[in-house]
Ligand binder design. Structure first.
Ligand SMILES: Cc1cc2nc3c(=O)[nH]c(=O)nc-3n(C[C@H](O)[C@H](O)[C@H](O)COP(=O)(O)O)c2cc1C
Length: 245
C-alpha cells in the first residue's frame, strides 16, 4: 500500500514536470525519464481496467483542440522504420458523419451518429514517401518499399492498426471514451472519403493525398453513455493467451 502511494506521488510529480515540458517544448524532446515509474492504479484503471468500448455517447462535444492534443500524444507511439502510416480523418460535423452512414453495418449507424466524433483511421499506402523526413538515417528503406508493394501494404496495415490502438489509449488518457468499429464497407468508405479526384469538403487544412489512403477501422470518440453499456465480457487468462519459454 505504502509503495503504491509512493509511486502515485511520484506519478503526480512526474506528470507535473512532463506537463511543464510539453508546455515549453512542443516536440517533447526533453530527456526521457529513465527508468520510467509505473503508473498508479487510477491511471491503469482509466487506460485499461475500467475503460470500456462505448456504443453510445453523451451529447457533449469534443473540440478541435482536444483532437490536436490527441494526435500530439498518439504520434509518439512506435511504428516500423518510424513510417507513421496512419492517416486520420476526424468527422465532426453532422454533414460529414452523414456521408459515412451508407457504408456502415445497419447496427452501427445509430452508434456512430451518437458520437460527437467519428475518426476514420486509415493508412497511406505510399507512407514511404515521407521516410526522407521520418527516417533520414536509413535512405534505403524507401526503395525497399517501392520495390515490394506487398511489404509496403503489410507494413502500412500493421502499423496503422498499432497507431489506432495508440489513438484509443491516448483518448482514454485525455479522459475521452472510444467506440471502435470495423462493421462497415471499407471500399465504400474509401470511395466516399479517399477517392481519386474527390475533394474533402469542410476541411480547412492542407490534407494528405487522398488517393493514397485506405480505411482501416473507425473509432468513435466522445464521452460514453454508461447507461447503455452491456455487462463486460471476460478476457482470456494469462495461461490461455501467453506462454513463458
Ligand atoms: C477493431 C474493432 C472493431 C470493432 N467493431 C465493432 C463494430 O463494428 N460494432 C460494434 O458495436 N462494436 C465493435 N467493436 C467493439 C468490440 O466489440 C469491443 O471492443 C469488445 O467487445 C470489448 O468491449 P469492452 O472494451 O467494453 O470490454 C470493435 C472493436 C474493435 C477493437
Amino acid at each position: 500500500m505504502a509503495a503504491d502511494q509512493n509511486s502515485q506521488a511520484q506519478n503526480s510529480q512526474t506528470q507535473g514536470s512532463q506537463a511543464e515540458n510539453s508546455e515549453t517544448n512542443s516536440e517533447n524532446q526533453a530527456a526521457p525519464l529513465h527508468p520510467a515509474v509505473p503508473l498508479g492504479d487510477a491511471a491503469l484503471d482509466q487506460l485499461f481496467r475500467t475503460a470500456r468500448s462505448y456504443s453510445y455517447f453523451l451529447p457533449k462535444p469534443v473540440d478541435d483542440a482536444t483532437l490536436r492534443r490527441l494526435y500530439e500524444l498518439m504520434k509518439w507511439g512506435p511504428t516500423s522504420v518510424n513510417g507513421c502510416p496512419a492517416r486520420i480523418l476526424f468527422l465532426r460535423t453532422p454533414e460529414s458523419k452523414q456521408r459515412l452512414v451508407p457504408a456502415l453495418a445497419p447496427t452501427n449507424v445509430a452508434k456512430m451518429l451518437s458520437a460527437p466524433i467519428a475518426a476514420i483511421v486509415g493508412f497511406d499506402i505510399r507512407f514511404y514517401d515521407q521516410l526522407e523526413k521520418l527516417a533520414p538515417q536509413s535512405p534505403g528503406y524507401k526503395t525497399m518499399f517501392e520495390k515490394s508493394p506487398e511489404l509496403a501494404d503489410a507494413t502500412a496495415r500493421r502499423n496503422s492498426s498499432l497507431q489506432g490502438a495508440y489513438l484509443m489509449l491516448a483518448a482514454r488518457a485525455l479522459g475521452l471514451d472510444c467506440g471502435p468499429m470495423s462493421g462497415f464497407d471499407n471500399a465504400r468508405v474509401d470511395a466516399e472519403f479517399f477517392g481519386a479526384g474527390k475533394e474533402i469538403t469542410g476541411c480547412e487544412q492542407e490534407f494528405f493525398p487522398m488517393t493514397h489512403v485506405r480505411s482501416n477501422f473507425i473509432c468513435n470518440l466522445g464521452y460514453g453513455d454508461p447507461s447503455r453499456l452491456h455487462p463486460r465480457s471476460p478476457r482470456l487468462e494469462f495461461e490461455e493467451a501467453c506462454a513463458l519459454l
